[in-house]
Design a binder for this molecule. Structure first.
Ligand code: TMP
Length: 218
């Protein structure tokens, strides 16, 4: 197939269940004959995963917000060049757990960085590549944080550098995502992520069916 594959990103606050849903989405598409690359940011390649490690490490001293921004784009550039662009070019669909919308939400709305500076890096690293669809897993901050804490306790994990932020940080992120969803209605699909798993999957099925119809390969 020579046609470019679709680029679908999954976004949302902490504890929204994107990662669990990622498997459901990939399986749903594979069952319909689509070749899927499932990946995540920051990460997705060996170098980008090493950068992720630095970004999430709560044992490191506080990082300047611009450093955080540049590291996100350094990881993204490697991921794009090595994995995402080659996959899309041969017609595979890419399901990416977070992408540049997370940078606008976390570094822009969350840390207060100027969106115009993010936009410069976005164009610099991506050219005109933007996600075809962004599924926003929307959840109220308290429920999301409760899920994160429960998961950390269950798996005896420490919370990472972002998860340790205060709830006001996550409030700004949620507001940011919802603003972007309003601003880019063709790109965004909102999933009510606080609902039980089966209901979330029903919402996903509905959204994916519509995407497949539009892509005319159902
Ligand atoms: P994850 O927990 O969804 O794997 O994402 C790791 C963390 O990185 C999460 O707290 C959000 C954060 N992040 C940003 O701050 N900016 C970005 O551009 C990306 C991709 C993630």
């Amino acid at each position: 197939m020579s046609q470019r594959g679709l680029f679908i990103t999954l976004e949302g606050g902490e504890g929204a269940g994107k990662t669990t849903s990622r498997t459901y989405i990939s399986e749903f598409l594979k069952q319909r004959g689509i070749t899927v690359l499932e990946t995540r940011e920051p990460g997705g390649t060996e170098v980008s995963e090493a950068i992720r490690h630095v970004l999430l490490d709560s044992a490191l001293p506080a990082m300047h917000a611009d450093t955080e921004l540049l590291l996100m784009f350094a990881a993204r550039n490697e991921h794009l060049q090595k994995k995402i662009l080659p996959a899309l070019a041969v017609g595979h669909w890419v399901i990416c757990d977070r992408f540049t919308d997370a940078t606008y939400a976390y570094q822009g709305y969350g840390r207060g960085l100027d969106h115009a500076r993010i936009a410069v890096l976005e164009t610099w690293a991506q050219g005109d590549l933007r996600p075809d669809y962004t599924l926003l897993f929307d959840i109220d901050v308290q429920t999301g944080m409760q899920r994160v804490r429960a998961r950390s306790e269950q798996l005896a994990l420490n919370t990472d550098r972002f998860e340790q932020e205060k709830s006001e940080f996550f409030d700004r992120i949620r507001t940011g995502y919802l603003e972007r969803a309003k601003f880019y209605p063709d790109q965004y699909r909102i999933i009510e992520a606080a609902k039980p798993v089966l209901e979330v999957q029903q919402q996903l099925k509905h959204v994916l069916d519509a995407i497949l119809v539009k892509a005319s390969i159902k």
